[in-house]
Design a protein around this ligand. Structure first.
Ligand code: APR
Ligand code: ZN
Length: 375
């Protein structure tokens, strides 16, 4: 029985930036008041993990346990925790939902601010860490740290999901799939009959395609400089795909010409400020809406001529697909179980925890959609 005791387990530790993760034996502390300790069964590997590991995040703190697309089982709970109990299946959430703050009380946003400050500093809400390794404190990451066999998260940072759902699949609903799917349905609110274009056909872009198809969009154009992504994009709902490298003209001009004046909705799923501009300028005059999903590098800025907005184009952005996290993720799991949402199709690679660095290599090489690391 591990309840009330420090757990010793394996974790992939990022000791410093630009170094591969190293598999270490770590100690995971007892969950304090309002906290939950989770046995992580599987985790996805996402760009935000790589961004921090590669040293691009100016707020990145080391040593740290990365990971934010996990699925696991509650091992024990701290004082006062009422919404989950040991044995519950959960997906940790990097955007919590306290149902109490100004943001949670607004139907217009999902950006709960309750534990933002401590989460950004790599510690639990009480200002301390639950991880140590060889006597050194390790920091938490995004309030989740799923690259560890056991992790501790705030109660408001877990979604309880159907026990029948495979955790090594629905863990992906902790980030990329939810982000893209929700961007189409919640943020842009794509309507039936719309024309849309999606920049970047990785997991996020594919999830946007799926959302647009669900919404009943009729023309769905995938845009990517890697044509190897086109077949899978078509499986996810793209009706056609184009490679900007095949044209001499700027891609916005190509698309405006192809669509009789531009698109009703566009989505940027790359994190590149130039494609963000192209996506906005590909929108139809009067009503086109462009949604930014990709996270640009620190310090980057977007630009366009204000005339683009004056003449009715709208620039939007979204995090976690606009879903209120604790409410949204269990519902998405149910939609997946009902066969209405693809998840398995995003998984191109599976590996054991000791091969986690290969997941980063595959991602950097553009060879994977998502890798699942199993503990
Ligand atoms: N024009 C068109 N497509 C591009 C360009 C470009 N200039 N640059 C890159 N791409 C394509 C890549 O070929 C790739 O298919 O964008 C896709 C990005 O996919 P992934 O790298 O698999 O990223 P994904 O996991 O989908 O995340 C997308 O969202 O999470 C944020 O900021 C994060 O950059 C990440 C983005
Ligand atoms: Zn809140």
């Amino acid at each position: 029985d591990t309840v009330g005791k420090v757990i010793t387990c394996q974790a992939a530790v990022a000791w410093e930036a630009k170094k591969p993760l190293s598999i270490e034996t770590v100690e995971v502390g007892v969950p304090k008041a309002g906290e939950v300790r989770i046995k992580v069964l599987a985790t996805g590997v996402c760009h935000t993990d790589a961004y921090t590991l590669d040293g691009f995040d100016p707020e990145g703190i080391f040593p740290v346990i990365l990971g934010h697309e996990g699925g696991g089982i509650v091992e024990s709970i701290g004082e006062g925790v009422t919404s989950v109990k040991p044995g519950d299946h959960v997906v940790p959430l990097y955007i919590p939902q306290c149902k109490d703050c100004k943001f949670c009380n607004s139907p217009k946003t999902n950006l709960c601010s309750k534990i933002r400050n401590t989460q950004g500093k790599g510690v639990m809400p009480d200002g301390t860490s639950r991880f140590t390794c060889n006597g050194k404190t390790l920091y938490h990451f995004m309030g989740t740290s799923t690259f560890s066999e056991y992790t501790v998260v705030a109660e408001i940072s877990v979604a309880k999901v159907d026990e029948a759902a495979p955790l090594d699949k629905v863990c992906l609903l902790g980030c990329g799939i939810t982000t893209g799917f929700g961007a189409a349905l919640n943020t842009a609110k794509v309507e039936a009959g719309s024309n849309v274009a999606v920049w970047g056909l990785g997991a996020v872009g594919l999830a946007v395609l799926m959302g647009c198809k669900t919404a009943g969009a009729t023309r769905i154009i995938g845009v990517d400089i890697n044509p190897d992504k086109f077949p899978i994009a078509k499986e996810f709902g793209a009706t056609e795909c184009i490679n900007p490298k095949d044209y001499d003209k700027p891609i916005q001009q190509v698309l405006v010409d192809m669509t009789d004046g531009g698109l009703d909705y566009t989505f940027e799923c790359i994190g590149n400020v130039h494609t963000m501009r192209a996506a906005l300028e590909s929108c139809h005059k009067g009503w086109g809406v462009s949604t930014i999903i990709g996270v640009a590098a620190s310090g980057q800025e977007i630009s366009t001529r204000p005339f683009q907005l004056v003449t009715g184009r709208v620039w939007k952005g979204t995090a976690f697909g606009g879903f209120k996290s604790r409410d949204g993720v269990p519902k998405l799991v149910q939609e997946y179980m009902a066969g209405k949402l693809k998840v398995d199709e995003f998984i191109t690679h599976n590996m054991k925890m000791d091969k986690i660095n290969e997941a980063f290599d595959l991602m950097h090489a553009g060879k994977s959609i998502r890798s699942i690391v199993h503990f």
